[in-house]
Write a protein that binds this ligand. Structure first.
Ligand code: PGA
Length: 248
């Protein structure tokens, strides 16, 4: 795993955007795996900034998002469809039919999961997958205990995840109980992985990411087995890891 230490959130976002832009420029029909949440928001702002300045083309790019809440309409302000539309897609002029998210409002969610896998395969596979990390080590919505062999599937969200995400909803109870997520094996099939972490609330899990055995109790540890993983973390997220190094 390659670790890049960023000074702060802003620098992390800039460095992450540079890696994504390099991918997009080197292969104009790249397939990008995208994430949602607070961590990646700054990266998307950097991509939008670049688009305004340099008119980088996304005409032939395809995107696949990691996850979507089950039971929320696409137009719901808290759906990841809405998040991606507002925070990225509408601002870089990527053709909407080339952007893919699991459909959390499908009547047959299981069939929807298989269809999502089929479209990823038909696209030629994900070139670069962007990931955040949950405080409990989840990637996508693959919560602790998820099988490393999993493909896109329906999950019940951990209470800690619902609590962490409740800031976006009017109340804790409104956070959906279930979601559709790319599986861990789907994520691991990506040619490159780029994981971002920022803030002291991620310090403990970033320490575990490097020091724990590879275990599905901490799903993110699996990325240690991937041949091309880059982690960009800011000083706050690295505080426990760096402290341990100092006292080693
Ligand atoms: P966050 O979420 O970026 O909002 O911290 C990351 C995640 O839960 O994967």
């Amino acid at each position: 795993m390659k670790l890049i230490e960023a000074k702060d959130y802003h620098e992390m976002s800039k460095l992450a955007a540079e890696i994504i832009l390099k991918q997009v420029k080197e292969k104009e029909d790249s397939v990008l795996g995208l994430a949602t949440g607070g961590t990646v928001l700054g990266t998307y702002q950097e991509l939008i900034h670049d688009f305004k300045k340099n008119k980088t083309s996304y005409d032939h790019i395809q995107t696949f998002n990691l996850d979507e809440y089950a039971g929320l309409k696409k137009e719901d302000p808290n759906s990841y469809h809405t998040y991606m539309k507002i925070n990225l897609f509408d601002n870089i002029y990527i053709p909407v039919e080339q952007t893919h998210l699991p459909n959390g409002e499908a009547s047959d969610l299981e069939e929807q999961c298989s269809a999502f896998e089929r479209i990823i395969e038909a696209s030629g596979g994900i070139d670069l997958q962007l990931l955040g990390i949950g405080q409990n080590g989840h990637i996508g919505f693959n919560e602790p205990g998820s099988s490393f062999d999993s493909k896109t599937h329906v999950v019940t969200l951990a209470e800690s995840t619902r609590k962490a995400n409740s800031c976006y909803f009017a109340s804790n109870e409104e956070v959906p109980a279930r979601a559709v997520t790319m599986g861990i094996s789907t994520i691991m099939k990506s040619k490159k992985i780029l994981l971002l972490a920022s803030g002291t609330q991620k310090a403990s899990i970033i320490y575990d990411l490097f020091h724990s055995e590879v275990t599905n109790a901490i799903p993110a540890t699996i990325i240690r087995k991937h041949a091309d993983t880059t982690i960009i973390a800011d000083q706050d997220a690295l505080s426990k890891l760096n402290q341990a190094k100092r006292y080693a």
